[in-house]
Design a protein around this ligand. Structure first.
Ligand code: COA
Length: 259
């Protein structure tokens, strides 16, 4: 797998995706969005990929936002197309049937915070900083940030962050529920891989169905309880369900196959 703006590496069935534009703090230009789209297609398609970690190159930044150089001459119509494209690719990450963990290794600002929030959950290094500083540029979040930030930390906290254009550090992000864990920078990938490996030992269909049902909470087109009911019953159609329950009764560890 090779991409212009991403490094990818497989470790124990976890695909580690590193956004690699360190000179501009890994800012998201059109090519990064295209590459993320293409890599997620592979995540959906290849059974050997069981979980995903997204991080940024270097020690300073996860992603410092959309690439501001691409904003300068944008018309309103082009802004609509840009936001639609970003929202679409981030929705592909959020709806991935395989868990996607953000490893936030520094600045997660603007589109970077939005990317981290599109992942299923986030682990931050102690030096991480989060924010939606778009108002400083006369714009606002456009890659789903207004919606996901409110969902994750509540309207009051989300609006303070968006309206002031300020940043919060890793411990404030942890306190507000934006990140699940805060670790030393050199422990970031270790922690993510530890959780990914644990999830990989569970039944893959059940994992995918948990994601699908959790995502239905904020989807007005769906009835969440109905989505849960369908997801729950679909698990009963799997041999992994038979294996899981039998293994419990036989007092042994289950061996899941994803079927
Ligand atoms: N788009 C394009 N380039 C960016 C960028 C972005 N979002 N964020 C940082 N860069 C570039 C800088 O222009 C600089 O390039 P240069 O070396 O050619 O001058 C380089 O990355 C390093 O950034 P710099 O500002 O020198 O680092 P810093 O440590 O002083 O500040 C930040 C770090 C993150 C606070 C600062 O870069 C910043 O505010 N970035 C923009 C954040 C933002 O508004 N994001 C939302 C965009 S919609």
């Amino acid at each position: 797998m090779s991409f212009q703006t991403l490094f990818t590496k497989m470790e124990d069935h976890t695909l580690i995706i590193t956004i690699n534009r360190p000179d501009v703090l890994n800012a998201l230009n059109k090519q990064v969005i295209n590459d993320l789209d293409a890599v997620m297609d592979r995540v959906y398609k290849f059974p050997e990929i069981k979980s995903v970690v997204i991080t940024g190159a270097g020690l300073k930044s996860f992603v410092a936002g959309a690439d501001i150089n691409e904003f300068e001459s944008l018309s309103k119509e082009e802004a609509i197309a840009l936001a639609k494209r970003g929202q679409g690719v981030f929705a592909k990450i959020e709806n991935s049937p395989k868990p996607v963990i953000a490893c936030v290794n520094g600045f997660a600002l603007g589109g970077g915070c939005e990317l981290a929030m599109a992942c299923h959950f986030r682990i931050a290094s102690e030096n991480a900083k989060f924010g939606q500083p778009e108002v400083n540029l006369g714009i606002m979040p456009g890659y789903g940030g207004t919606q996901r930030l409110v969902q994750l930390i509540g309207k009051g906290r989300a609006l303070e962050l968006m309206l002031t254009g300020g940043m919060i550090d890793a411990s404030a992000a942890f306190a507000s529920g934006l990140v699940n864990h805060v670790v030393m920078p050199d422990q970031l990938l270790t922690k993510a891989k530890e959780i990914a490996t644990l999830i990989q030992s569970k039944a893959p269909v059940a994992v995918a169905k948990c994601i699908e049902a959790a995502n239905a909470v904020h989807n007005e087109a769906l009835n969440g309880y109905e989505t849960e009911l369908n997801a729950f019953s679909a698990c009963f159609d799997t041999t992994d369900m038979v294996e899981g329950t039998t293994a419990f009764l036989e007092k042994r560890k289950p061996v899941f196959t994803g079927k």
